[in-house]
Design a protein around this ligand. Sequence first.
Ligand SMILES: [Zn+2]
Length: 251
Amino acid sequence: MAEDSRYIRQTMLPQIGEKGQKKLAQSKVAVVGCGGLGAPVLTYLALAGVGNIRMIDDDTVNLTNLNRQFFYTESDIYQEKCKKTADFLQERNTKLTIEPFCERLTDKNVRRLLAGVDVIVDCVDRIETRKHVGRAACGFRIPFVEGGVHGFYGYVLPVLPGESACLECMAMGTIEEKPPIPALGAVAGVIGSLQAVECIKILLGLSHVMYGKMLQYDGLYGEFTEIPVHIRADCDCQKFNKIVNDESHMQ
Ligand SMILES: [Zn+2]
């Protein structure tokens, strides 16, 4: 089959078409975290043809990852996640530019790693890194998609900086959980897939992105709940200049 038939099952959608597919091919997304959420997010973005995918994770594979992180095999233990993930994605779609960064996101590297992308997808489980991601995304005014999992529970919240609330607006993420955090692989699959859908909608410029709404999933009871979230005026996400003093470096 010709290469252009690869995306036919999605280009037939009026919301995508050839034009939307081209948009996806020209898009650049950063996914922070190659774990339980990163696996479905990165897979579906790559398969959908998002042209430039940047992934950031300094972790190595260990046995406790294998209940949910399907990029890795038993023989990958102690290997760098980022590189293994890049291989997994590139094998499935050789046309894409996949950029692995095997480093932890910090104040020092955040501009180099995140500035200039179209969307950031937050797939981390450390609260400090989550704050870096949220604050950087707000500072650079890049839309981002939060996602988190705890056992059978998970949530998704896309954020448009300056326009819709972030996790810190709702004072969520202020309590540090002691690792290991319980996580059912299938629940991470649900949440990561929802993050990928929202990311693709943002890239395509579609309306109805779930800005201002946190979608919560309770796998134990099989229930989805939508919670409206409101901007807190004194939240850091509203203070762009404080976070990023010099926007002239933005590309
Ligand atoms: Zn906020």
